[in-house]
Write a protein that binds this ligand. Structure first.
Ligand code: GLU
Length: 492
């Protein structure tokens, strides 16, 4: 097989959303698998809707995901001369023609055809104008568009889709379509093909929403004398109500940046994305980068739509539960050294970072991550649920405050007394702290749980967490003592 060349050609009219990111990922995986080349092309010809901000956002999103490209970014607007040249060539070779029909005329014909239940497509009025007629209209200053002259053939035109199999359409169903607007600007449909030919693209992997273009584009490849690439059309991503995922109706929940800002690990997010429309053919769901590259193939892309299954408004599960589950898996199991730089970023963002976590206290930092991550869902949990490990200013959650502290007024006295005992310990170990806590409970005449839960709430602000005595040792004698001594201040 010749060297595969694929492309990711986003239109920069908004942020990188999960659909676009999935397209990029599938292209990237195929390129990595086959040793091919990935071209990044920004399709910015729609200047009214394109923005610098979107371009920056898309590139930032790809970089965060670790989806790298080999060529580009190319900008479609830099190649407008190529697009115009291709259109001129089609006109000169009689493969396209000028059409002077006005919008009003076309609309009238459409309505009449609809009323008569006939084909509403373009009726070919200008297809047979003589050269003189065309000259006359041009001299009269009439506006014209350029239409592609669909060959008059019997039968069907089609292609083999790597995902969907044979796709075809009969020639009779394809109208002469517009390729250049009356203002002289070529349509996206044409630019896209001209660019793919110039960039020597061998595989077009894109969403099924582009399939209406594909048949017409086959005709353009033929007319421009270029080989047709291999096509693979991926299923759309829908929400649980089967509506297409979009920024307008779903907001930031579908933006890649949202996941970055809410503490997802980039690879975990790729792992989630790949499963939105592809499966390995067995029940595996977790893949390392290498495993995924190895397992990926175009023919295992699903034919039917994928569902992005998120529940709105639930703070713990603020997105598709599978996305969270995959993220948790990585967050809780990857080597702690690999996670540490990402936790560092989060702590910096939240003003909780101390330079000695990189120096004298690096071991402590790693051990703390290891200790607390087992209940975390996203990276930002280190700065919220885990805040008490990195700062003395943390909130005590209301539920454990009521349940574990305020309900037991005796703790006002017991915990400061325990703090006095802890202060005297020369070896502040799991064993010794536990022993003293049990003695404290016995003397107070309560179950050890009362002391332990009270202490957990006061020292960490949380209802649940790792083993209490591991927590004490991790947070350290001095801080534990001072926090326990402040217990009375929690009572009204
Ligand atoms: N620019 C198009 C888009 O963002 C992609 C077209 C294609 O893949 O051919 O949807």
């Amino acid at each position: 097989m010749p060297h595969p060349r694929l492309r990711f050609p986003p239109s920069p009219t908004g942020y990188l959303h999960i659909g676009g990111a999935r397209t990029a990922l599938y292209n990237w995986l195929y390129v990595k698998k086959t040793g091919g080349t990935l071209v990044l092309r920004i399709e910015d010809t729609d200047t009214d809707r394109s923005s610098e901000e979107s371009i920056a956002g898309i590139i930032e999103g790809l970089e965060w995901l670790g989806i790298d490209w080999d060529e580009g970014p190319y900008f479609q607007t830099d190649f407008s001369a190529d697009h115009r040249r291709a259109a001129d060539k089609l006109l000169q070779e009689g493969k396209a023609y000028r059409c002077f029909c006005t919008r009003e005329e076309l609309e009238k014909k459409r309505e009449a055809a609809l009323a008569a239940k006939q084909n509403v497509g373009y009726d070919g009025t200008c297809r047979h104008l003589s050269e003189d007629q065309v000259e006359g209209k041009l001299e009269a200053g009439l506006d014209s568009v350029l239409r592609f002259k669909v060959p008059e053939r019997q039968g069907k035109i089609g292609y083999h889709d790597e995902v969907l199999g044979r796709i075809e359409s009969s020639y009779a169903e394809i109208d002469d379509f517009v390729i250049v607007r009356s203002n002289g600007s070529p349509l996206y449909l044409l630019c896209n093909v001209v660019d793919d030919i110039r960039d020597r693209i061998s595989h077009v992997v894109r969403g099924q929403d582009h399939m209406t273009n594909t048949i017409k584009q086959l005709l353009l490849y033929e007319a421009l004398g270029a080989p047709v690439p291999i096509f693979a059309h991926m299923p759309l991503t829908l929400d649980t109500k089967k509506a297409k995922i979009s920024k307008r109706s779903h907001g930031e929940i579908v933006a890649v940046q949202f996941y970055r800002d809410n503490g997802f690990l980039p690879w975990a997010f790729n792992n989630f994305l790949v499963l939105l429309g592809w499966s390995p053919g067995d029940d595996r769901e977790i893949f390392s980068r290498e495993e995924l590259i190895e397992a990926f193939s175009l023919d295992r892309i699903n034919k039917s739509a994928s569902i992005f299954n998120y529940r709105k408004g639930d703070p713990k599960f603020f997105t598709d539960p599978k996305a969270i589950a995959i993220n948790e898996h990585y967050l809780r199991t990857i080597p702690v050294e690999e996670l540490a730089p990402q936790v560092r970023e989060v702590l910096i963002d939240h003003g909780l970072w101390h330079d000695d976590y990189d120096g004298a206290r690096h071991r402590w930092f790693l051990d703390t991550i290891e200790l607390i991550r087992s209940r975390f869902h996203v990276l930002t949990d280190f700065a919220t649920m885990g805040r008490a490990y990195f700062s003395d200013e943390y909130e005590i959650e209301e539920k454990p405050l009521n349940k574990n502290v305020l309900k037991h007024p005796g703790l006002k006295q017991w915990l400061p007394e325990l703090a006095d005992d802890y202060e005297k310990l020369s070896d502040f170990s799991v064993e010794h702290t536990e022993k003293l806590a049990r003695v404290c409970a016995e003397q107070a005449g309560v179950k050890p749980g009362v002391i332990i839960n009270g202490m957990r709430t006061v020292v960490t602000g949380q209802l649940a967490g790792p083993s209490m005595f591991d927590i004490l040792v991790t947070i350290g004698q001095e801080k534990v003592v001072s926090r326990l001594k402040k217990t009375p201040q929690l009572y009204p």
